[in-house]
Structure formats: C-alpha cells, structure tokens
Ligand binder design. Structure first.
Ligand SMILES: [Zn+2]
Length: 268
C-alpha cells in the first residue's frame, strides 16, 4: 500500500503523538497527557511513544506474528529499556495504539483505545475505535467541560479527572492503553477486512478524528476527499483552522485548544 503521513503537536509542548508507515504497515500512537502530574519515569511521554513505535515496527517485521502478540512484545521491550523508572506508578507513560497491516488480499487491524481506524468501503465508512475512556467518570468530565480552556478551574478539574482515570486505567472498570504491562494487548480490538471490500483507510489520533466526531465540521466522506486532495497535512490544517474559531473551548469544550494530531492515509 501507499501511505502518506503527518503529525504535529497541538501547541508549544513536545508532540506526544507518533506515526509511521511501511509498505505493509501503518501505526499511530497517541501518548496520554500527564497534565503536570508525576509519572515515575524520567524519560517522558514523547520518548515512550517513539520507543513503542520503533519496537512495534521491529516486532511486526515478522508478518506471521499477530498484531496482538507484536504489541505485547513491543510493550515488554520498552519496559525493559527503563527498569530504573517506577513502572508501577499509575501515571507511567502510556499510549493508545492503532495498527493497520496489509497481507496479500486482506487487512489486519488492531485498536487499543480511541485512536480510530476508518475504512472507506463500497457501502460507506466503518470506524474502529474503543471509546470506553469517554464513558467512565462522567461527573469529572462534566466538571472539566464546565470551564473554559486555560482557566485555573479548568486545569484543576482536568488534573482531578486524570488522577481518577489513572486509578481505573488498565483495569476492567476502566479502559485499556499500552503502558508497562504487556497483558493489555489481549484487550485490543482486532479483526480482518478483505482488500476487495475497501478502497482506502485512514489511521489517526483523536486529535484529528474530533473534527468529525466532536466538532461535527466534516463528514468521513469530506475527510477522505480532503485526504486525497491535500494529504494528511491538509486535514490537520483543517482541524487547526476550526479550533482557531473557538480557542478557549466555549463551543466545543475540550482539554486543550488543540490536541496533538497524527494521520496515516493508506491507499492501494
Ligand atoms: Zn522511564
């Protein structure tokens, strides 16, 4: 397949999204925000996603390895790189994972948390994502959304939300993301799609998909048209243009004005 990709930070802080592609593989990772809270790791989220991404490409070089097994191997490999850090800390660096792999006549996919894979098919668009993180802790999320972005009240509410999320992260009561424990790989959504049933696919972080799902300023058909015309860069610019009309989240309450964004657009 042919892959076009781009990623950009949402603001002045280092990008915590990561994207890569090969002729048979597209990978998007979205590191979870630490909102200034301790992580027990001296390396940081950008380091974690870069290492996890690199390990994924290496572990999945064996096309017979299942995506879940490759993810488990990659998580274990990265954990082995920083044993001096406190990997039991509930805020240990973590990330969503979305992987698309082409085999001769089919695609395998793996999605862990809310970075979606979107297939364009003859009968429309299918979106593969796990939105459990958006369902838990509704009262704390509502409290964040009551305040405009960048106010002290917003920051305090967001930290309280993240502290509570960490207590249920990677437990059956919460949601699953890649962190230091390889066992989470078994909770990823996986499946296979016949190549003949789809014409293109996009793998992205929720910093991009929110243009469609949260802001409702484009359809998936609009999005694929834009990807064909201008590639991932044009799509990310569209997201930023829309966010610039609502810098403090009055219209679309959110955790920050612009989230890190990553897209891999896949055609064949
Ligand atoms: Zn570390």
């Amino acid at each position: 397949m042919r892959i076009c990709l781009d990623t950009r930070p949402g603001g002045a802080n280092p990008n915590e999204d990561w994207v890569a592609g090969s002729p048979t593989l597209a990978v998007v990772l979205d590191g979870l925000s630490t909102v200034g809270l301790s992580t027990g790791c001296q390396h940081g989220v950008p380091w974690y996603v870069a290492q996890l991404g690199g390990h994924l490409l290496a572990k999945l070089a064996d096309s017979q390895r299942s995506l879940s097994d490759g993810l488990a191997d990659a998580i274990e490999g990265v954990a082995g790189m920083h044993p001096q850090c406190d990997l039991q800390n509930p805020g240990t660096p973590s990330a969503t994972v979305a992987i698309l792999r082409q085999r001769s006549d089919a695609f395998d996919h793996l999605v862990l948390a809310d970075s979606p894979i979107v297939f364009e098919g003859v009968s429309g668009y299918s979106v593969i994502t796990d939105l459990r993180v958006d369902v838990i802790l509704p009262e704390l999320r509502t409290e964040v959304e009551r305040h405009e972005t960048y106010t002290p009240e917003h920051k305090k509410a967001l930290q309280e939300l993240v502290i509570a999320q960490r207590q249920v992260r990677n437990t059956p009561e919460g949601y699953w993301v890649a962190a230091a424990d390889q066992d989470v790989a078994e909770y990823a959504l996986t499946g296979t799609t016949a190549l003949a049933d789809v014409s293109a696919a996009a793998v992205m972080s929720d910093g991009v998909s929110r243009l469609i799902t949260e802001y409702k300023m484009a359809t998936w058909a609009d999005t694929f048209e834009l990807l064909r015309a201008g590639g991932p860069s044009a799509l990310i610019e569209r997201v930023r243009d829309v966010e610039a009309t609502d810098p403090t989240g009055r219209r679309w309450p959110r955790y920050k004005s612009g989230d890190d964004a990553a897209v891999a657009f896949c055609q064949w």
